[in-house]
Design a protein around this ligand. Structure first.
Ligand SMILES: [Cu+2]
Length: 258
């Protein structure tokens, strides 16, 4: 009976939150003054906190001045959902900071098969860290297959700031595509309805999108792409959704201002 109930709940979770998967890539902070940064990589539903999905890191690095520095990852097993016996991997990363500047940190994960959508999903994900006060270099794309290039500086943001980004697929602006937006919800906030779990904006004909950050914390943007190379699973060919994900942090309004 309990098993049945768990199965029913799992099914329910899968069907209600199947839409907005996000590869979370979070540094300890967006602005650092330290020689080493810790990173977290988790394939999850950031607003709802679960389910967590399995993935591997196929490629990763931190790009600064055209050089790519390695990130050292350690796998950690976490529950796929609260109370679930199924375990999935997440990763804790370490990046050595050699000099001041902007580090464009990226992860290319393995493709994940989503049974609810009958397709693979692969989310190429990026986050920016500014180290030791040197701000240059965040405007440049780093040549990922799917990439959000910030128009608004992607660090040192206040809550209430408007964020503008441009989506590139294979280096070309992605016109009229869906960009999903979610808050990394560590407080267990319960949105009043499903529409408020994931917000949605659309890119314009030149690939630009705009979103105003309502409150402080980490926010993720996922530009939903098509056109990854089809892949086999159990002898059947399935499409691959190739998405571009970007994470930004917003700082809370300082006390004493209105
Ligand atoms: Cu999912």
């Amino acid at each position: 009976m309990k098993k049945l109930l768990t199965a029913a709940i799992t099914l329910l979770t899968a069907s209600t939150s199947a839409e907005a998967h996000f590869l979370l890539l979070k540094p300890q902070n967006d602005i650092v003054n330290s020689r080493e940064i810790r990173l977290t990589a988790k394939f999850t539903h950031p607003m709802e906190g679960s389910p967590n999905m399995p993935f591997r890191i196929d490629r990763s690095g931190a790009v600064i001045n055209g050089r790519t520095l390695p990130i050292e990852w350690k796998e950690k097993k976490i529950a796929a959902a609260p109370g679930s016996k199924e375990k999935v991997p997440m990763y804790i990363g370490k990046l050595k900071i050699h000099r001041p500047g902007v580090y464009q940190i990226f992860v290319v994960p393995s493709a994940y098969f989503e049974p609810a959508e009958q397709k693979f999903i692969r989310q190429i994900t990026k986050v920016y860290v500014e180290a030791f006060g040197l701000e240059e270099g965040w405007q440049k794309p780093i040549g990922l297959k799917a990439e959000i290039v910030p128009v608004t500086r992607p660090f040192g943001l206040w809550e209430g700031n408007t964020f503008v980004g441009r989506v590139l697929f294979n280096g070309k602006p992605a016109a009229n595509i869906r960009v999903e937006v979610e808050y990394y919800n560590k407080e267990g906030i319960k949105p009043p309805n499903q529409a408020l779990v994931t917000q949605v904006v659309q890119t314009d004909e030149n690939g630009y999108f705009i979103y105003t950050i309502p409150w402080s914390g980490w926010w993720g943007f996922s530009a939903i792409g098509r056109g990854g190379k089809k892949r086999y699973r159990d002898g059947k060919l399935y499409p691959v959704e190739l998405d571009a994900v970007l994470w930004i942090k917003a700082y809370p309004k300082p006390g004493g201002v209105k």
